[in-house]
Ligand binder design. Structure first.
Ligand code: NDP
Ligand code: BG6
Length: 514
């Protein structure tokens, strides 16, 4: 791992597939263009792709929402989160990007608004050469309007002369039943092939790396099971609370916001069997298979928390948009079990929390104790995959203390991306996913049966948390800015996690320096 490597040697031929890529004559329509997601993620990703030359030739982007605004106001909004455009090239590209992005305002429920939108789209794509007219619709909208918008797009804005695709964002329902209803309604208008359900964690570099790490390395493959692994933790930590989003969050809670989707996607790729090929359906078949071997989460395998005011920051209940007696968890740790020959008996601990002490998402795989005898109380091996920030992978190993001693010393093999891949651009998750949707590659999107099985695992515990089967459990309090509930250490200890090698820490403590 010591030498620099700029490009990957070895090819992954089947990844290329034979999808229908939208290379020209394409309109991209962002619905909900006035909103938070559009401003923070969708448009910066579209610009990133445009700047790198990955958008279809001659593409036009149309924003649509109810808010009335002129193009100047629209351009101001959609570029407010675009970074690194101070150089001449960046400035010029941004100007071009603004020129090809225009805005139409209209409602979500009525057909006439969509007729108007279609008229505008026809004016734009009337200028394209050739006969094909492709449309990619991106729904950056709250779920309350998914269905009318999907229906209206199909009935009023569907191109009969080309490929139509629709991208939808989570949340996909609130439990198994509501998810099934939502999927059913969407399917009345859009086929599975046309639908791209985003879970943006599938676009993150380290999550995409899991397939290669696991299946392109014999050494990893050999150690990837219950014989070698003691326990696994998948952790999501955010240093801010739900300020400003309290209304939305209180309806959903941390399990629906993070665990049931983002962390379950990571878990399924981490634990699935080797797919026959990199084709989307082969990968998704394996993900579904492993998820089906997971029984619903048990109450005793769950720890719930809610942040309280501390360090000058407000508590969850101090938000005016949150009911004063809300028992909505802002922190959850749940342990899942996979009943298959590879994983029987290995606990998978999924933890996620808001208002914690740091921003971090990582997978921590702790291996079993080495056979005792010549060693006593020796640190366990751990493989840590840091998804964000600053992608890294490090394997904690014991080595002989250099010198005239024969003592084991915990150390690590460290692959920190920014040090190793010095001049490689790591794409934003949304850049990678929008490009996949343009290519028609579903591998990194969520299939309907994945959702179904993920909801089956979490629906019973969610109904219990909401008091549907008796009184709702009260989450334990934890201070804003802390590591989470103080009960956490005992919780993970119960599943065999040992914080070995006291005093050892991975050398890069200042991640922002990377
Ligand atoms: P917003 O609340 O910002 O809504 C987007 C737009 O939809 C608004 O600008 C508004 O446009 C319209 N809108 C808002 N509320 C309603 C309503 N009740 N009825 C009809 N239209 C409404 O949402 P986000 O942009 O934050 O999220 C959009 C989707 O993306 C959601 O499904 C969300 O869960 C998901 N998501 C968001 C993430 C984020 O970082 N924000 C991350 C991951 C997923 P107008 O009034 O102009 O029509
Ligand atoms: C979203 C959640 O899906 O993911 C947010 O709704 C969360 O609550 C966000 O902040 C985290 O995404 P990322 O990419 O910043 O880890």
């Amino acid at each position: 791992m010591a030498t620099r490597q700029r490009s990957m040697s070895g090819t992954i031929p089947s990844m290329e597939g034979s999808h229908q890529e939208l290379k020209n004559n394409t309109l991209i329509v962002v619905l909900g263009a006035s909103g938070d997601l559009a401003k923070k993620k969708t448009y910066p990703a579209l610009f990133g792709l445009y700047r790198m030359g990955f958008l279809p030739t001659g593409v036009k982007i149309v924003g649509y929402a109810r808010t009335k605004m002129d193009n100047a106001e629209y351009h101001k909004r959609i570029t407010s989160y675009i970074k690194n455009v101070d150089d001449d090239d960046g400035k010029a590209k941004l100007e071009e990007f603004k020129q090809l992005s225009t805005y139409v305002s209209g409602g979500y429920e009525d057909g006439e608004s969509f007729d108007k939108l279609n008229q505008y789209l026809q004016e734009l794509d009337g200028g394209f050469q050739g006969n094909e007219r492709h449309r990619l619709f991106y729904l950056a909208l709250p779920p309350s309007v998914f269905i009318p918008v999907a229906k209206n797009l199909k009935e009023h804005c569907y191109s009969k002369a080309g490929i139509n695709r629709i991208i939808v964002e989570k949340p996909f329902g609130k439990d198994l039943e509501s998810c099934r209803e939502l999927l059913k309604s969407l399917k009345e208008h859009w086929t599975e092939d046309e639908t791209f359900r985003i879970d943006h964690y599938l676009g993150k570099e380290m999550v995409k790396n899991l397939l290669v790490l696991r299946f392109a390395n014999v050494a990893m493959g050999a150690a990837w099971d219950k014989n070698s692994i003691s326990n696994v933790q998948i952790t999501f930590k955010e240093p801010f609370g739900t300020e400003g989003r309290g209304g939305y969050f209180d309806e959903f809670g941390i399990i629906r916001d993070i665990l049931q989707n983002h962390l379950m996607q990571v878990l399924s790729i981490l634990t699935m069997e080797r797919p026959v090929s990199f084709a989307a359906e082969d990968i998704r078949d394996e993900k579904v298979k492993v998820l089906r071997a997971i029984p619903p989460v048990e109450r005793e395998d769950t720890l719930l928390g809610q942040y309280v005011a501390a360090n000058g920051k407000p508590g969850y209940l101090d938000d005016d948009t949150v009911p004063h007696n809300s028992v909505c968890p802002t922190y959850a740790a749940t342990t899942l079990w996979i009943h298959n020959p590879r994983w029987e008996g290995v606990p998978f601990i999924l933890k996620a929390g808001k208002a914690l002490n740091e921003a971090k998402v990582e997978i921590r795989i702790q291996f079993k104790d080495v056979t005792q005898g010549i060693f006593k109380d020796i640190a366990r091996n751990e493989l840590v995959l840091r998804i964000q920030p600053a992608e890294a992978m490090y394997l904690k190993l014991n080595t002989k203390t250099p010198g005239l001693y024969t003592r084991a010393l915990p150390t690590e093999m460290d692959l920190t991306y920014k040090r190793r891949f010095t001049d490689v651009y790591i794409p934003e998750a949304y850049e990678s996913l929008i490009l996949d949707a343009l290519k028609g590659d579903h591998s990194n999107f969520v299939r309907d049966d994945e959702l179904d099985v993920a909801w089956k695992i979490f629906t019973p515990i969610l109904h219990w948390i909401e008091g549907k089967n008796g009184s709702a459990p009260r989450p334990v309090g934890y201070p804003y800015g802390s590591r989470g509930p103080k009960e956490l250490d005992a919780f993970i200890h119960k599943y065999g996690y040992r914080r070995s090698a006291e005093g050892y820490s991975w050398p890069v403590t200042n991640m922002s320096a990377l």
